[in-house]
Design a protein around this ligand. Structure first.
Ligand code: C5P
Length: 222
């Protein structure tokens, strides 16, 4: 099977030396791509700007902005069986990007922003009725317990699984090597997982996605 994984933050440039971004390090997405390759699958990793080495056996495509990430995902989408969207995509970007460094005096104290495309929603829309051929896994950063909100998001975005992280939990969140997560399904069921390494969580996500892909229901909907 072929896994397509998004990872890391995106950068939304104001000018060549200034941007909007977030503290994502890409560790979770890189772990998913590594786990998929280790399990004998093809893995393509669409990575925002991160300081991580490409896992063995993984094809990596580097991107900067949300719009770059969307374009790379759409290119790779037809060949993918499983999509795992771990990237912390910036929801907004500056309305204008200057091609040269702006002088302090040229900048206004208020920055005008426009919404970025939602990659998951765009993917789902473009697949239309054929979506059933692909397993789609999303991530949700939560503060506290995963809620009905996460399963609503799962249904609304047309996902097969949402991995909800409690970013306030000890050992979870940006930059850590461990994570505390729950698997939230579209039927509303929630499986709470204990604290574990991002590698262990990644292996479970890969296993779950393969299971989903191979169950009869999935095949017959394809
Ligand atoms: O709606 P929310 O941003 O909480 O959803 C998070 C999920 O959606 C993650 O899997 C993330 O990678 C994905 N996402 C996306 N494009 C965006 C924002 C989020 O693919 N612009």
């Amino acid at each position: 099977m072929r896994f397509l994984v998004t990872a890391g933050p995106t950068r939304e440039h104001i000018d060549p030396v200034r941007f909007l971004s977030n503290p994502s390090t890409g560790k979770m997405g890189f772990a998913v791509a590594r786990a998929a390759a280790k399990a004998g699958h093809e893995a393509v990793l669409v990575a925002g700007p991160v300081a991580l080495k490409t896992p063995r056996g993984v094809r990596r495509i580097d991107v900067v902005s949300a719009r770059d990430m969307l374009a790379a995902v759409m290119d790779e989408l037809p060949a993918a069986d499983v999509l795992v969207m771990t990237a912390a995509v910036a929801d907004w970007r500056p309305a204008r990007t200057a091609s040269r460094k702006l002088k302090k005096g040229e900048m206004k104290p208020v920055l005008e922003l426009v919404r970025n495309p939602d990659i998951l929603r765009t993917v789902k829309k473009s697949l239309g009725a054929s979506r059933a051929k692909k397993v789609i896994v999303g991530f949700a950063a939560e503060t506290g317990e995963p809620t009905a909100e996460a399963s609503r998001k799962c249904r609304e975005k047309g996902l097969d699984l949402v991995v909800a992280n409690d970013v306030t939990a000890k050992g979870a969140g940006f930059g850590t090597d461990t994570n505390v997560a729950s698997f939230v399904s579209p039927d509303g069921s929630i499986e709470r997982l204990p604290l574990m390494s991002k590698d262990a969580l990644a292996a479970r996500i890969v296993k779950r996605a393969v299971l989903w892909y191979t169950v009869d229901g999935m095949k017959s909907r394809a």
